[in-house]
Design a binder for this molecule. Structure first.
Ligand code: BGC
Length: 362
């Protein structure tokens, strides 16, 4: 009997040990299972709503898929992002998902990843000049620009109307490879109307370098729009339309236009991208015309699928093997679909899909 009780005690002690170990491991990762391995997720900044959502979605979905996640935001500081990636490599991450700040400054740290045979997925922005990038997942950036350009053509009825309409051009950070696609996609639609003088850029600023906005900064775009208005539109000329590659840049343009006296009744056509809350509110108030919705949940789902495929040694899902050359070769890419958004469809896109609550947009 004593022997039997001893066995029961030993058994219950080992069950307790197993239970407490399990509890320990789940509280360690804050997520449950770690059996999938550890994934590093490097995001550029928390300043912009979209990256916070991207980071949170990636963490949640990777954890649900059984991975431990090291998620870091770099405050838009390149050196911080480099050191975060170094820590991920030394901290045992088996795969890195990176949304770069400056696509051209990660070559050295990613050589370390390559030496350790750690695969790298470039997230949303392509990482340039390195052969360490295995895959790229993003939205169709060229299409984003085309949607914006076509919106301008349709809204101003450029195929029927004579014009001329006054246009100003804004894109994002020149170190973000996406900008070439956003701006290129839009200009491929708009250029012929500029050539026909239906669209006139009074500032004369049409080159990529002239229309770029450092760090996609709202303050910078506001400053540039202020200067353009003072120099070219202070004698009663009306600005009719502004191409902006994204919402943070559009917000600065809106601020400058409002300060110059434009109201919802004569507001220029103004494009954007991301459906950030401030911009959706501006769309509802008539001080931005449209945005392009890139559902970060879709991109996160796709990237988690790619992570799982890489980790299991399966064939990785891609749908574009020609468009994205990072200077060392074509990177196999998965392109998600961007969606046009304006006052007419925002409810369906953003509220019914539970991306935002009605209250967030008040
Ligand atoms: C992203 C955009 C974003 C911009 C600024 C780009 O690389 O594709 O969605 O608005 O960066 O953060």
């Amino acid at each position: 009997m004593k022997k039997f009780m001893g066995k029961v005690l030993a058994l219950s002690m080992s069950i307790m040990m197993v239970l407490s170990l399990t509890a320990c491991s789940s509280s360690d990762s804050g997520s449950g299972s770690k059996e999938g391995g550890k994934i590093g997720v490097a995001m550029p900044t928390k300043d912009l709503q979209r990256w916070t959502q991207d980071g949170e979605n990636m963490k949640k979905k990777l954890e649900e898929a059984g991975y431990e996640v090291d998620l870091q935001y770099a405050n838009n500081d390149i050196a911080t992002q480099v050191s975060q990636i170094e820590n991920m490599i030394t901290g045992g991450c088996e795969l890195l998902v990176i949304a770069s700040i400056d696509g051209g400054s990660l070559s050295t740290v990613l050589t370390e990843a390559k030496n350790e045979e750690i695969p790298v997925i470039a997230y949303d922005r392509l990482i340039m000049d390195t052969d360490a990038v295995s895959y790229y997942a993003t939205f169709d950036n060229y299409k984003v620009g085309q949607i914006q350009g076509q919106y301008i053509v349709d809204t101003l009825k450029l195929d029927e109307e004579k014009g001329p309409f006054n246009l100003e051009l804004f894109t994002g950070s020149s170190d973000d490879n996406n900008c070439h696609f956003f701006f290129g996609g839009a200009m491929d639609v708009l250029q012929k109307y500029i050539d026909d003088n239906k669209l006139v850029v009074k500032s004369g600023q049409t080159k990529f370098e002239e229309v770029a906005t450092p760090n996609w900064s709202t303050e910078e775009s506001q400053k540039r729009m202020d200067n353009i208005l003072t120099a070219n539109y202070s004698g009663g000329e009306k600005l009719d339309v502004v191409l902006s590659s994204n919402d943070s840049v559009a917000n600065g343009i809106t601020n400058a236009l409002k300060a110059a006296g434009y109201t919802k009744d004569n507001f220029p056509v103004l494009t954007g991208q991301d459906c950030d809350i401030t911009s959706v509110k501006n769309i509802l108030a008539g001080t931005q015309s449209m945005s392009v919705f890139k559902d970060t949940r879709t991109l996160a789902d796709q990237v988690v699928k790619m992570v799982t495929q890489i980790m299991k040694g399966e064939t990785v899902d891609v749908n574009d093997e020609k468009s994205y050359d990072n200077g060392k070769g074509i990177i196999p890419t998965y392109l998600c679909e961007p969606i046009f958004a304006d006052v007419d469809n925002y409810k369906k896109l953003l509220i019914e899909s539970e991306y935002y609550t009605e209250d967030q947009l008040k």
